[in-house]
Ligand binder design. Structure first.
Ligand code: PSV
Ligand code: MN
Length: 409
């Protein structure tokens, strides 16, 4: 690992002297699993413009091929979330086999309940029962797909809401949502899980039917044990304490998964950790804290949900995976015993310093060591850029002419 070798031995000695179990940290880093989104490999943009990128994936198979590159160089991204109908194929069994031949699994299935004209007034909460039927049937189709490809999770995000006061009955919509989700949940075989995503605004501007974690939690608790909340980091008002939401949901056994990204203003879908890496670190601190508590059952799907509009897609997703690894590695270095002591004795500065000490550690040598252990290049981004894959897909695929999947936010 060249430049990292010396830095690693200095860091490992330093951490061991502080009582940190370095082999345990490396094992935890090896076991990390970060799912990438099929839609991150296709052309995407804003509602103003999609700038098509040469070489962007156009089909489900091309998206898988690109995801296999991310996994090949990082070693921790072995599964890919699908969005239906963007990734619709004739035979999902064949798609699953194809994924396996690339060393991948198919991950969460995301129904799309926001792109049809029929959904103008909502999908599962639409006042028209025929439209609700359409939306429920689409979710049932997604459950069948999940069953065929062996996916455990259905990730459900609704664009449903209203854009004017008085447009619809708020309580009526709540009842329709409970009825629709109950039918969907009842069709899900054990151990399949329903991950219920929330977002506080957009595309509806007056109210959103699943506007915050409390609303998703309410639905999940009405449905049953396998219904959980999905936290997308971009879906909160600015200033929200997301780590607190994470801690509460973990403690209630209702945190099902993440959509990692980052925001500056709204649901910007920026590279995770690019704007607020400290927040990401604090979220991982809560996850590790819960994992260390035997009374909490932590079963969380870590997924990226980024709309890679301008950056080249595969390097952007490798960069995202690395940012998540860095935050997790830093959080693993928190001296939990001293933190607990500082908390119990009211030593506020000391408690915060313990967090900062871990956060300010340059964990790149640890990640380089872990990669070397599993036979990877210590620098996944550079290794990918050197590989020639980008030139190959540009030559083979050219520039897509729409239809690559997600086309605008
Ligand atoms: C909505 O903003 C969202 O976060 C949902 O997860 C969608 O499925 C995804 O983005 C892609 O549009
Ligand atoms: Mn999302």
């Amino acid at each position: 690992m060249g430049q990292w070798r010396e830095a690693y031995s200095v860091l490992a000695d330093h951490l061991s002297a502080r009582g940190i179990d370095v082999p345990g940290v490396l094992a935890a880093l090896r076991a990390q699993h970060i799912e990438t989104p099929s839609w991150g490999y296709a052309d995407s943009g804003t509602r103003f413009k999609v700038f098509n990128q040469p070489g962007a994936a156009r089909t489900a198979r091309e998206k898988l091929a690109d995801a296999a590159q991310v996994h090949r160089y990082t070693g921790v991204a072995p599964s890919v979330a699908l969005h239906i109908p963007w990734d619709r194929v004739d035979d999902y069994g064949v798609l699953k086999e194809h994924a396996a031949s690339l060393g991948l699994e198919l991950g969460a299935i995301n129904p799309n309940l926001f792109q049809d004209d029929a959904y103008r007034l909502g999908s599962l909460t639409n006042p028209d029962p025929a439209i609700r039927r359409l939306a429920i049937d689409h979710c049932l189709e997604c459950i069948e797909i999940a069953r065929t490809v062996g996916s455990r999770d259905i990730s459900l995000w609704l664009a449903d809401g209203t854009s004017s006061p008085g447009q619809d009955s708020i309580r009526g919509r709540k009842h329709r949502l409970i009825d629709a989700l109950s039918e969907i949940y009842a069709a899900m075989p054990d151990p399949m899980r329903l991950l219920i995503e929330y977002k506080f605004f957009e595309p509806a501007f007056y109210m959103t039917d699943l506007g915050d974690w409390g609303m998703s939690y309410l639905m999940a608790s009405r449905l049953g044990e396998r219904a959980k909340v999905l936290v997308d980091l971009g879906h909160h008002p600015l200033g929200t304490n997301i780590e607190q939401i994470v801690a509460l949901l973990l403690d209630e056994g209702r945190l099902g998964g993440f959509h990692f990204n980052n925001k500056k203003y709204a649901d910007d879908d920026l590279t995770v950790g690019s704007i607020n890496p400290y927040e990401l670190f604090l979220i991982f601190c809560e996850l590790i804290d819960a994992e260390c508590d035997p009374s909490v059952d932590v079963d969380v799907a870590y997924m990226l949900d980024e709309s890679v509009n301008l950056k080249p897609k595969i390097p952007a997703l490798i960069q995202s995976v690395i940012n998540v690894q860095v935050a997790y590695a830093q959080a693993l270095l928190v001296d939990r015993t001293s933190l607990r002591e500082a908390q119990e004795s009211g030593c506020i500065i000391k408690a915060e310093e313990i967090l900062l000490d871990a956060y300010r550690t340059d964990v790149r040598p640890l990640l380089a060591a872990m990669r070397e252990e599993i036979g990877l290049d210590p620098d996944p981004l550079q290794a990918y850029l050197r590989s020639g894959y980008q030139d190959k897909i540009v030559a083979e695929r050219g520039v897509a002419d729409g239809g690559a999947g997600f086309q605008g936010a």
